[in-house]
Design a protein around this ligand. Sequence first.
Ligand code: BES
Ligand code: ZN
Length: 634
Amino acid sequence: MNQYHHSGRFSGLLIAAAIMLASCADQAAPNDSTTPSAKAQRIAAMKQVTDQHSFARPEEARIVHLDWSARIDFDARTISGTATYDIETAADAQRIVFDTHELTIEGVSVDGQPAEFSLGDAQPFLGRPLSIPISTGAKKVAIQYTSDPGADALLWVEAQGDKAPFLFTQSQAILARTWIPVQDSPGIRFSYDADVQVPEGLMALMSAENPTAMNPDGRYSFKMEQPIPAYLLALAAGQVEYRDVGERCAVYAVPELIDAAAYEFGEMEQLLLAAEELYGTYAWDRYDLLILPAAFPFGGMENPRLTFATPTIIAGDRSLVALVAHELAHSWSGNLVTNATWDDFWLNEGFTVYFEQRIMEAVYGRETSEMLATLSYQGLVDEVDAIQDLNPDDTHLKLHLQGRNPDDGMTAIAYDKGYFFIRLMEETVGRARFDAWLSDYFATYAFKGMDTERFVDYLKTTLLSDPTTLAAVNLDAWIYGPGLPPNCPSVSSPRIQNVDAALAAWEAGETSTADLPWNDWVYQERYRFLSNLADDTSVERMTELDNAWEIGATGNNEILFAWMEQAVRSGYQPAYPRLESFLIEVGRRKFLTPLYRAMKETDQMDMALAIYKQARPGYHAVATGTMDELLGWE
Ligand code: BES
Ligand code: ZN
């Protein structure tokens, strides 16, 4: 029995309901959800998993389809509309509970009749439960609402000069509830239709079947037939253009970026084909990419059919496409087989990093993917160092985020410890067997939730059924133990080793700057060199490097970032104007955190705060949340 069973959070767990309904961790695709035998099978295999980050009680009543009608108001910075849900209820269901966060609920109806509702007290991170009494057999619940101008999921980018305004959402992990009342738990899936009104001159896009041209009246309709969890609900509105880059792939971007984006991601279809070749047919029909404003707080977000991405991956030379491989891989790991709760986040990200690297290997070769794996290993060792002493439990794959912001789980542990664990299994059983197993896993659990305990059970009866293999892998150490277990696979990249040797020789004064093969290095090598410079590298030496390669002018934002972080640590002032303009333009948290932290750690807080004051209004809530804490901003 898994540990959630007796959590007792909901005293009224209805046994009959549990028998009537699939558990939130085990919901099947719509086609087989109606037949009694499919239901019975699901219940037989089912384990109760309680998501501590949602107020929903899917055992009693849950949503299965959303019909959303909404108006986007850029002046008021609100989304208002009606969310009408088809629901499934247990025989003795008395209410249906939704998640909301700073939403104004204007009215509710059940099966067309006005209905009562109540909003519970607000809880940190979680918002307020919206509880609606229902009687047996209720079929439809409609909720009329308006979002708050400060809604955490939303970033409203104002019009500037001749640039149109832009709006985008970021729902993962639990922010969907700030722009729509929903059962916001990754184990609860629903299909959706939407009708959205945006200002004239803008195109609206969702994680759904999308328009390819501007509609003069600003009205757009969407359809997502496959059931998805709420964190994959996404909306964007902006003046974007559409460009095909393959049969099933296209990019959307603002006019200034559309050509660059179409070139940069010209290989998307190849990535998609490689992915299918590895682990089975793509389930979502199209795979398109939307380039967002630079304020987007992440590198990418795997919104189904339409990955949202930062423009900072447009380098001009296709050197940062691994991010697209990553988001594409989520179309299987995450979007098909979904972490049942945020404590199981590693199941989404660990498999995705593994799959990403396999796509990269298939398309660009093992040398490239091993360089990436080496960088991932370094990131992991650094992360373990950083959190091991503070919060050792956060270095376990299986997390315990109850009472915390699930965002706390977004560390290199889920991604890179997850990756190395999966790679260990591959290396232990052999690639052929592993690949067959993984294809099977995706097929078996498609459109379902997966929690860690259930995954372990599955592993023990499939891939690791042989006791010797099981012992060799040592699941418990990886999943429920701290740090990096001793059987962590080793990566070796001769090219990265050469960089390390070149850096050591340069730092020891054995070679001169002119001897460094910078121009022969690809991005991963340059990044390794810059990110491993000693913290106390002198201004003179920084000047030498800058004069030799004009690093501040690179189009590769990963290289630029590594350079600026070192510039801060070295007090290399010629890089500061670029640092400032970068921090004002770019809101990607992965860059912001180390840059502001470097300023903080080197007694340059005045500069940090002066820049932050200017930049903060342009950042997304996900980024200001982290930066406010780091910089003590009030
Ligand atoms: N799903 C994540 C982004 C995410 C995770 C958003 C948790 C909110 C909460 C996405 O797939 C991701 O991992 N993005 C990475 C890029 C990737 C190449 C590691 C990012 O944005 O840095
Ligand atoms: Zn990811």
